[in-house]
Design a binder for this molecule. Structure first.
Ligand SMILES: [Zn+2]
Ligand SMILES: [Zn+2]
Ligand SMILES: [Zn+2]
Length: 147
């Protein structure tokens, strides 16, 4: 009898495990969908083309995506992350400015944050022009002096 109870308990635990896995799988479906891929790198958010432009920012110069520190996913902009991610964004601390977190939508090169900030708004690889206006929004993505 004792043995049987143990067996039943094991089955119950198995059942719970299976069930919780299913819940996890369902949550995965609700995660933001990849709409655009550049050289094998997924871009999330409300992209409108294959150069990282999105519904919020889509001028000729809006050709970079930013990898968010919180989820390590590339989004075209802060608003895309805000509307599709299920969590608060985190900015990159200065100690991690050597992380590759900027994607050039034209050539698909990943730049580190320092490389990007030193780039003079031009892709060092393909010379595509980046939007200089992005620097006004650094604080949304990177740790800055004036906080
Ligand atoms: Zn995130
Ligand atoms: Zn956007
Ligand atoms: Zn480039």
């Amino acid at each position: 009898m004792q043995l049987l109870q143990n067996k039943q308990r094991t089955l119950l635990i198995l059942f719970i495990l299976l069930f919780s896995n299913q819940v996890l799988a369902q949550q995965n479906v609700a995660l933001p969908l990849v709409k655009s891929t550049i050289k094998g790198i997924n871009i999330y958010g409300k992209t409108v083309d294959n150069q990282t432009r999105c519904q919020h920012w889509h001028s000729d110069l809006d050709v970079i995506a930013i990898k968010f520190k919180c989820c390590e996913k590339y989004y075209p902009c802060f608003s895309c992350h805000e509307e599709e991610a299920d969590h608060e964004p985190q900015v990159w601390p200065k100690t991690e400015f050597d992380a590759k977190a900027i994607l050039c939508g034209v050539c698909g090169t990943e730049l580190t944050i320092s490389e990007y900030q030193k780039s003079g708004n031009t892709c060092p690889k393909c010379t595509a022009a980046f939007n200089p206006g992005c620097s006004k929004h650094y604080h949304l993505y990177f740790e800055t002096e004036d906080k």
